[in-house]
Design a binder for this molecule. Structure first.
Ligand code: SF4
Ligand code: SF4
Length: 358
């Protein structure tokens, strides 16, 4: 196993290949990936002396939960507030150790080992399930943890033939240009996909926050961060952040809609905000029925309710779902609604009769 000093240079030589391995692992069967990584974790950590390494404690800054702060501070004979002042810093992600190397790292390893934070206990996360959802962090940890580095090397041997074929196939994708930030389009798309697949909204916030820090003037990144706050149920922060964006880009519907999502989620509505430009809000009423009617009367064939719904989405902020729209259309005899097999998008709607003089 490499020493921490040897790790940086060794990682630089395989970094590109490790990112490719990540892309390869993403398309493998998730249980199979968990099984092999968990097994390698057990084999490689058996008998390994982490105290002699301690590289994670020197380079990674762990997050500490409130309940852990209470335990650690009481063991150290401090009250939680004094502990926070002395050892922690408050960040977007919560409280974190304020220094690198960690001030709890002593000559014989962690001085609070028995009650160290969960984040430290779990590191490097190779014993966990859902490994495919952690691959970005694992690749980054190859330059920190010699065991993770070795796990990646052994994975390359384990999947030798399949990985070689995958690498050859990837050359066909060389038309994906790398951006000047070192990420390529494919990588960025994949990273986002990973957070959505795992429903890791906190991870999505962190990822998008980093992008905004990198590109502070990029409006697309800014509004996607606002939407991520909403997905992560950080409604207060979302409203504050998005309202500021709304003042700068008052007519942007994406910002308006994310702001409305946050307001509705906390039981408020659009009246809670002094809009610079009022959003168009669609509710289950005659305005929506008339919009559907005017759209359908120009169509010769029935349309799926789902298509009609998509059209409404492009008109404004929709406060109802497709099933509610079906019920509304059923209630108006201007429409003929034919149910398919029960799924809303397979319901068809058309004008039942075009009144004369219209
Ligand atoms: S709390 Fe202990 S295990 Fe965690 S980083 Fe600090 S020294 Fe390492
Ligand atoms: S977990 Fe990895 S980086 Fe941390 S001490 Fe053990 S081998 Fe070193």
């Amino acid at each position: 196993m490499l020493s921490p000093d040897e790790l940086i240079d060794a990682f630089a030589k395989v970094e590109e290949e490790n990112w490719l391995l990540r892309a390869f692992l993403k398309v493998q069967e998730p249980d199979a990936v968990d099984k092999i990584v968990n097994r390698l974790h057990r084999e490689l950590f058996a008998g390994f002396n982490c105290v002699a390494c301690s590289n994670c404690c020197k380079t990674i800054i762990p997050v500490i939960e409130e309940k852990e702060i209470c335990v650690i501070s009481s063991k150290l004979g401090l009250n939680p507030e004094d502990y926070k002042k002395k050892f922690l810093v408050s960040t977007e992600e919560g409280f974190m150790i304020n220094k690198n190397p960690c001030p709890h790292l002593g000559i014989n390893g962690c001085s609070i080992y028995e009650y160290r934070p969960e984040n430290c206990r779990e590191y490097p996360f190779t014993e966990n399930k859902k490994i495919r959802g952690r691959l970005i962090n694992l690749v980054a940890n190859c330059s920190v943890c010699p065991v993770v580095f070795e796990i990646f090397e052994r994975l390359k041997k384990h999947y030798k033939v399949e990985f070689a074929e995958f690498k050859a196939e990837q050359q066909a994708f060389s038309w994906f240009d790398e951006d000047d930030d070192g990420y390529d389009d494919f990588e960025e798309l994949e990273a986002e996909e990973e957070f959505f697949a795992e429903e890791d909204w906190a991870g999505l916030v962190k990822y998008r926050y980093q992008r905004v820090e990198q590109y502070p003037d990029d409006f697309e990144y800014q509004k996607s961060l606002g939407a991520a706050y909403v997905m992560n149920k950080e409604y207060g922060k979302a409203i504050f952040y998005l309202y500021d964006l709304h003042k700068k880009h008052p007519g942007d519907p994406d910002v308006q809609h994310s702001l409305l999502d946050a307001l509705f989620a906390i039981g408020k509505d659009e009246t809670a905000i002094n809009w610079i430009v009022q959003p168009n809000i669609l509710r289950l009423n005659n305005v929506v029925l008339d919009a559907c009617y005017n759209s359908l009367r120009t169509k010769r064939k029935p349309r799926t309710v789902y298509d009609v719904y998509l059209e409404l989405l492009s008109e404004g902020y929709v406060t109802f779902d497709t099933n509610q729209l079906i019920n509304l259309l059923f209630s108006d005899n201007r429409f003929s609604v034919k149910a398919g097999d029960g799924k809303s998008h397979e319901c068809y709607v058309s004008i039942s009769k075009i009144p004369k003089n219209m």
